[in-house]
Design a protein. Structure first.
Length: 293
């Protein structure tokens, strides 16, 4: 098992190789063959031409023991899907991450009440106020708020968990050395101290546009349900909601004004079967079976 963990750490640190391509290769080849043969040829096929020399250099020269020392010095832990502390709920999704980089309290990954929140980056005052109404009762029920550290709704969700004495997990679309957006560096620092920062990407990896849909499946995969506060018709929040539906998670949506484009996505979700939410009790009743008088 240590050999597998070391090999995954090496691959995750090689330039030009993505977590999704590593997953595909491990799904089509036996782990034993990949580790015992330890040949770059199979992986090289998935690396862009422009990055192949860098990949080969990293594959041949990076040492897992040295990489682990670097992670330890930065307070980063490396978790693989075969570790006992890997979250069971995440393991059940169709395409679970083979590995995760973590800073903070990894015990949060196995809390029973993890709840995802997604929404518009350019959230309206209405959306932020609605979130401030809905989230505090969930936090008081010891739900861990899972979101993506983006501007707007994500930021408000993390901040609500912290300010109301709860716990939160931020799932990033890049490595820890490149917090995005930069305006949330202080929030990320606070989360890393008392909560949890999580990424499928090695610390040196810069966030790219296509990373965020991959990130979104982890937010929903960790969570027993996902709330969408505001969303346009074509948005990352709807990708999170779609991932949640495909993973068999409950999806909730806060309705909004028919005059606002930020309501189009949430109204579409409600039409497609998402639970309409006007208060925290709507969520607690659905997820926990709690009845309110």
């Amino acid at each position: 098992m240590n050999r597998l963990s070391d090999f995954l750490l090496l691959l995750s640190s090689c330039r030009g190789l993505t977590p999704s391509s590593i997953r595909k290769i491990f799904h089509s080849h036996s782990s034993y063959d990949l580790i015992s043969k330890r040949t770059p040829a199979i992986f090289l096929e998935t690396v862009p031409e422009s990055s192949r020399q860098a990949f080969l250099y990293d594959f041949r020269n990076l040492k897992p023991a040295h990489l682990r020392k670097e992670l330890l010095a930065s307070g980063i832990s490396f978790l693989t899907i075969h570790d006992t502390s890997y979250p069971d709920l995440l393991k059940q999704i169709p395409d679970p991450p083979l590995f995760l980089f973590c800073i903070g309290d990894t015990g949060l990954l196995n809390e029973k009440l993890l709840f995802g929140v997604a929404g518009a980056r350019k959230a309206s005052p209405y959306g932020l106020k609605a979130l401030e109404k809905v989230l505090p009762p969930l936090i008081r029920m010891k739900m861990v708020i899972v979101s993506g550290l983006a501007e707007g709704i994500d930021t408000a969700a993390h901040a609500a968990a912290i300010s109301h004495g709860g716990r939160t997990i931020a799932v990033l679309g890049g490595g820890f050395r490149h917090i995005y957006p930069a305006s949330n560096r202080q929030l990320a620092k606070a989360i890393s101290k008392d909560h949890l920062l999580l990424s499928e990407y090695a610390p040196h990896v810069r966030p790219q546009k296509w990373h965020f849909p991959e990130r979104n499946r982890i937010i929903s995969g960790l969570s027993m349900g996902v709330l969408v506060a505001e969303a346009k018709q074509r948005s990352g929040s709807l990708i999170t909601a779609q991932a949640a539906m495909e993973q068999g998670r409950d999806v909730f949506a806060i309705p909004g004004s028919i005059l606002s484009g930020l309501s189009e996505g949430t109204h579409a979700l409600i039409n497609d079967g998402a639970r309409l939410v006007t208060c925290a009790e709507d969520i607690l009743e659905e997820l926990l079976g709690l009845q309110w008088v």
